[in-house]
Design a binder for this molecule. Sequence first.
Ligand code: IPD
Ligand code: CA
Ligand code: CA
Length: 268
Amino acid sequence: MSYLESASEIAREAGALVADYYERRVPYELKSEFDLVTEADRASEALIIHRLREVYPDHRIVAEETGGHESSSEYCWYVDPLDGTTNFAHSFPMFAVSIGLLRAGEPILGVVYDPVRRELFYAERGSGAFLNNERIRVSGVASLNGALACTGFPSRKRSHDINIHFYYQVAMASHGVRRTGSAALDLAYVAAGRLDLFWEFGLKPWDMAAGVVLVEEAGGRVSDMRGAPHDIIESSHVLADNGALHAETLAFMDQVFRGEYRVPLPEM
Ligand code: IPD
Ligand code: CA
Ligand code: CA
């Protein structure tokens, strides 16, 4: 089996397990004040790690709930066993399993599986991006004022999050900004042309590893929020779009960084 075949099979299995917990409406616990975790996160992660180790015993694995599984291999799997836990815990049907593979630090493969809609998004470097066997491509929207944007707000340290400034400005300049609660699906939706751009501050490598390969293989562009090359491990902020919007969006974001707001916040 190829890396892509095994990752897809494992993501589907983990997704089915997560869907089973979803039907049973399991309780959540708190990792920190607003950071939720459930038995489904842990069971999905245990399944994925067990299955990856069976097939690739030498590879490294970095998984959200249990940390790292070290080895000297140049291959490293980044696993988010349940992306969108807050949605999951509130029966809001928007969550996914995300599995990405890096080789010598370069993302080379990504699989994102949404068990509610039974949508498997997958891509391998150089081979294009797919959704359930159909090739997907980014949208052709060429300006921000015709774009549907998306962002997210991490649950950790949320009172320090500067993103509300960006949210408001992009909302005023585009068709709107969605906030789905699953960064892995946000990136997959950019790849599929359902969203034109996505950005977020404070993401972890397992949130993005699969999604960035999907976006790039679907013809889009990924950088950090300042336009520097995106690095899964070093860059916690990301801007991913259809490519056509990249320069305009970076210039727009740069203005917000400098505090040059095009539209002032409304008076109370
Ligand atoms: C979260 C989701 C959310 C994003 C947060 C992530 P989790 O992942 O991707 O959309 O805004 O930054 O932490 O905690 O549900 O795996
Ligand atoms: Ca996540
Ligand atoms: Ca997670």
